[in-house]
Ligand binder design. Structure first.
Ligand code: PLP
Length: 398
């Protein structure tokens, strides 16, 4: 029987009932402007501060170190551009990041390069990891910032953030991490992990789209990305998205309540899908098995073109992704898959399935039932698969 299976939680998540319930009063009668001095405004302001406290608690930060933004991309832009512009006056015009960051980071770096900043893009190994020593070796006298993502959005690999944080702190270089995919899935403590700045986004943790967070360690001051009114302590102007901020506060509280228990449920389902789909001939897992997000599955099936695979899955009621949602629409293979050494042919035939604790065993069984015949069918009409079968095309790493 046809089901609907949402397996694209790395792209976005459904707003949970608890979050919606928390938001509703602020979408209806609680419409006051938090900057207004009368009670209706003050109440909204207090509710925002309560949300800020919840975010701070989840990240091991202080409430005054938490700034609400419009999305994860805004936080990433702010961290990179703010730091670069702040430290350029001290002669620090070098940034270190990795080749497989989200485009919010990579395109911010490209913009800064046009302004005369220099960026070192660290390569990742074939399993999708940055090694702390690479960061240590790349830091220079003029390094302003190290920005390494916490967990990769396509292949789910979790980076050694505490070790990188310790190196940066020792060398006196600010450290930013894009934790959009990590918050709620990995325990985070910005103090213990020496994180100076962190980006996150609401819509990956069952809060609405269009709200994000930037943690900026006390003592660090960077220029504003958005100037205007005095909201967010004068550091991020714009009348607050009150309901969404409150939704994010409730969402992070739930997401971080018992990460271990959640992962203990999700990781075995992930492994079951990986093991079952790796039985498909000439398939490969992208990203190492260790230190991988509990809900991330990324596999390549050369000869089964990614977009056709997604459309076929959609006909069966399964939502998944090929590369990242942000890059689909472009015919270029994913930069993340290329960064771990995949050829264009192999990268094009890739599938990301991202599950979470809302996923059921029935969903898992359905995915395992539906994917193999689709791959077989797509390969049966693929000229590339014919070349592979005849030995005319040899693919590395498969
Ligand atoms: N960084 C990572 C790692 C992401 O996965 C995403 C979204 O997919 C973003 C940043 C951007 O977040 P937002 O959609 O809130 O702008």
């Amino acid at each position: 029987m046809k089901r609907f299976v949402y397996a694209d939680n790395a792209a976005t998540t459904q707003i949970s009932k608890e979050v919606l319930d928390a938001m509703m009063p602020w979408l209806t009668e609680g419409y006051g402007n938090p900057s207004s001095i009368y009670a209706k405004g003050r109440e909204a302001g207090f509710a925002i501060e309560e949300a800020r406290r919840k975010v701070a608690q989840a990240l091991g930060a202080e409430p005054r170190e938490i700034y609400f933004t419009g999305c994860g991309s805004e936080s990433d832009n702010w961290a990179l551009k703010g730091t670069a512009h702040k430290l350029a006056s001290k002669g620090k015009k070098h940034i270190i990041t990795s080749v497989f960051e989200h485009h919010a980071i990579l395109h911010s770096c490209a913009a800064l390069e046009k302004e005369g900043f220099e960026v070192t893009y660290l390569p990742v190994d074939q399993d999708g990891f940055i090694h702390p020593q690479q960061v240590a070796d790349a830091i220079r006298e003029d390094t302003a910032l190290v920005s390494i993502m916490y967990a990769n959005n396509e292949i789910g690999t979790i980076q050694p953030i505490a070790e990188i944080g310790a190196i940066c702190r020792e060398k006196g270089v600010w450290f930013h991490t894009d934790a959009v995919q990590a918050v709620g899935n990995v325990p985070i403590n910005v103090k213990e992990q020496n994180i100076d700045m962190l980006s996150m986004s609401g819509h990956k943790i069952h809060a609405p789209k269009g709200v994000g967070v930037m943690y900026i360690r006390k003592g660090i001051s960077i220029p504003n990305l958005i100037d205007g009114g005095g909201q967010e302590g004068g550091h991020r102007a714009g009348t607050e998205n009150v309901a969404s901020i409150i939704g994010l506060g409730r969402a992070i509280e739930i997401a971080c309540a018992d990460i271990e228990a959640k992962n203990a449920k999700v990781a075995p389902m992930r492994d079951q899908i990986i093991d079952a789909l790796l039985k498909i001939p000439m398939s490969r897992l992208n990203g190492g098995r260790q230190n991988r997000l509990a809900g991330n599955i990324n596999l390549s099936f050369p000869g089964a073109e990614g977009e056709a695979l997604l459309l076929s899955l959609d006909l069966e009621g399964i939502c998944a992704s090929s590369g990242s949602a942000c890059t689909s629409g472009s015919l270029d293979p994913s930069h993340v898959l290329l960064s771990i050494g995949l050829s264009h042919e192999v990268a094009h035939g890739s599938l990301r399935i991202s599950i979470n604790d809302w996923t059921t065993q029935e969903d898992v069984d359905y995915i395992i039932e539906k994917v193999p015949p689709i791959i077989e069918k797509l390969r049966s009409i693929s000229p590339m698969w014919e070349h592979i079968q005849k030995g005319e095309l040899v693919l590395e790493g498969i």
